[in-house]
Design a protein around this ligand. Structure first.
Ligand code: UD1
Ligand code: CA
Length: 465
């Protein structure tokens, strides 16, 4: 049995965003706007169902909600918010006590606030409870018109408001909890006699009142929760505010930030205490960072797992995992599927891709490690290149424990370097090297005694005559 239904309106055009994509899939801190809402509902309301009304750019919305337990209602023409709800009403479960109507462009509402709205509706036995907020700059929002006792009479949209009504700072942020039958009845009675010729959901308040049905309101206590996002500027404001809130949460949990204004951390990231984050750092997606790490400055970490006591300086890490006490950077790049065991060092201008690197292995400078399985305590000299691509296919290289790869070597995959083996600097290795061997694969040095003098004589000898 579904006790609550959430109707989420997401069919609008989002004109003010000036985008090819639906407004509700615009990302805030990397996450499509509508997912904040859907996640909050899914996490906090067990017996609930979600109906998303789509229309404009509906494929964008369906795509970000793929795999989610939501139903879609279709609104072919965007005739207004009441019309959008009408398109969804027949999908609402018969048992639903509460029907919430929410807008997909107001992503930050908290479940506790939604629960307070529903509790108030039930306690007062009202047909509708709506949330209200006080905005110093109420421009663009529907204004709450109340009687002298503070009872809500109706909502007037910005475009239909008189100058006097425009002075009202109590606004409609667009969160409603209806009794199911009352909603169904009232929708049929809403017309489009207004400046925009739209069917306004907000007209339901006046109609219910006129019919003697009870409408109550409840004040929201954090305006951030009800912020609506219609333009790029509002998207920016939302992102800035969310960034500060996320960073403050990490500070409260023992993470240190040198400048929290210049650090971008996505909402699902976890960071252990006594980790220090330097400016200009982005920690994105599904990333976990352990305790006592030093991250940044100017690092970019996405969908990765970092152990304890790691250093990541001026570096990029994507879809990778590093264990404890690993040092990365400055200026290193771990591309997807890199796995670094404890104590590994990946230094200046080293790139790693789809490779495993064993404990305490070091690659301090100017190296490409691609498609490799490297053992423990290996030393990769400066300028080592794992030559993994033959123009058609990628091949793997194996380097076993304690091997020493001299500077400026090419390891041409597929190839295997055995345990403890040495590769002489400047070698191009095409064949497997057995354990404990030294491989030299370069031209032997020759010395031509007196060559410089003979050459000098050849060119300058005559001139001196
Ligand atoms: C609406 C409210 C306004 C409130 C404000 C809060 C109405 C008439 N007005 O105005 O009182 O202060 O939100 O942010 O409800 N949508 C559809 N189909 C439509 C029209 C809209 O699905 O036919 C969706 C949009 O995609 C959007 C949401 O409904 O997610 C709100 O629509 P929008 O046009 O942004 O309404 P506002 O003008 O902001
Ligand atoms: Ca809006």
């Amino acid at each position: 049995m579904k006790r609550q239904t959430f109707i989420v309106l997401a069919a609008g055009e989002g004109k003010r965003m000036k985008s090819k994509y639906s407004k509700v899939v615009q990302k805030i801190m990397g996450k499509p706007m509508i997912l904040y809402l859907i996640d909050e509902i899914e996490k906090n309301f067990e017996d609930s169902e979600i109906v998303v009304v789509v229309g404009n750019k509906k494929e964008d919305v369906r795509k970000v909600l793929e795999g989610r337990n939501v139903k879609f209602a279709y609104q072919e023409k965007q005739l207004g918010t009441a019309h959008a709800v009408m398109c969804a009403i027949d999908m609402v479960s018969k048992q639903a006590e509460d029907v919430f109507v929410l807008y997909g462009d107001a992503p930050f509402i908290k479940a506790d606030t939604l629960k307070r709205i529903s509790e108030k509706r039930k306690k007062e036995n009202a047909s509708l409870c709506l949330l209200t907020a006080i905005f110093e700059n109420p421009y663009g929002y529907g204004r709450i018109i109340s009687d002298e006792n503070g009872n809500v009479l109706k909502i007037v949209e910005e475009k239909d408001a008189t100058d006097e009504q425009k002075q009202i700072k109590e606004i409609n942020p667009g969160f409603y909890c209806f009794a199911r039958d009352a909603l169904k009845d009232v929708l049929a009675k809403i017309d489009n006699n207004n400046s925009q010729h739209e069917y306004y959901l907000t007209d339901s308040i006046e109609i219910l009142n006129k019919e003697g049905k009870k409408v109550v309101k409840i004040a929201c206590d954090d305006n951030f929760e009800v912020m609506g996002i219609n333009s790029r500027y509002e998207l920016f404001l939302a992102e800035q505010e969310l960034k500060i809130r996320i960073n403050k949460k990490h500070l409260a949990e023992g993470v240190q930030m040198i400048d929290m204004y210049s650090v971008y951390i996505h909402p699902d990231v976890q960071i252990g205490k006594d980790t220090v984050i330097y400016p200009g750092t982005f920690i994105l997606g599904n990333t976990t960072i352990g305790e006592e790490c030093v991250i940044g400055p100017n690092s970019y970490i996405v969908n990765s797992k970092i152990g304890n006591k790691c250093y990541v300086w001026f570096s990029v890490i994507e879809d990778s995992e590093i264990k404890d006490n690993v040092k990365v950077g400055p200026y290193a790049h771990l591309r997807p599927n890199s796995f670094l065991e404890e104590g590994v060092k990946i230094g200046n201008f080293v790139e790693v891709k789809n490779s495993k690197v064993g404990r305490n292995t070091k690659s301090a400078h100017l190296t490409y490690i691609g498609d490799a399985d490297i053992g423990e305590n290996v030393n990769l000299g400066c300028g080592t290149i794992f030559v993994n691509y033959d123009g058609y296919k990628k091949h793997r290289t194996v380097v076993e424990d304690n091997a020493f790869i001299g500077c400026n070597s090419n390891l041409i995959a597929p190839v295997k370097i055995g345990k403890n083996a040495y590769i002489a600097a400047g070698s191009t290795i095409t064949d497997d090297v057995p354990a404990d061997a030294l491989a030299i694969a370069r031209e032997r040095q020759t010395i031509k005694e007196g060559w410089v003098l003979r050459r000098k004589q050849m060119y300058e000898g005559n001139n001196n005559k």
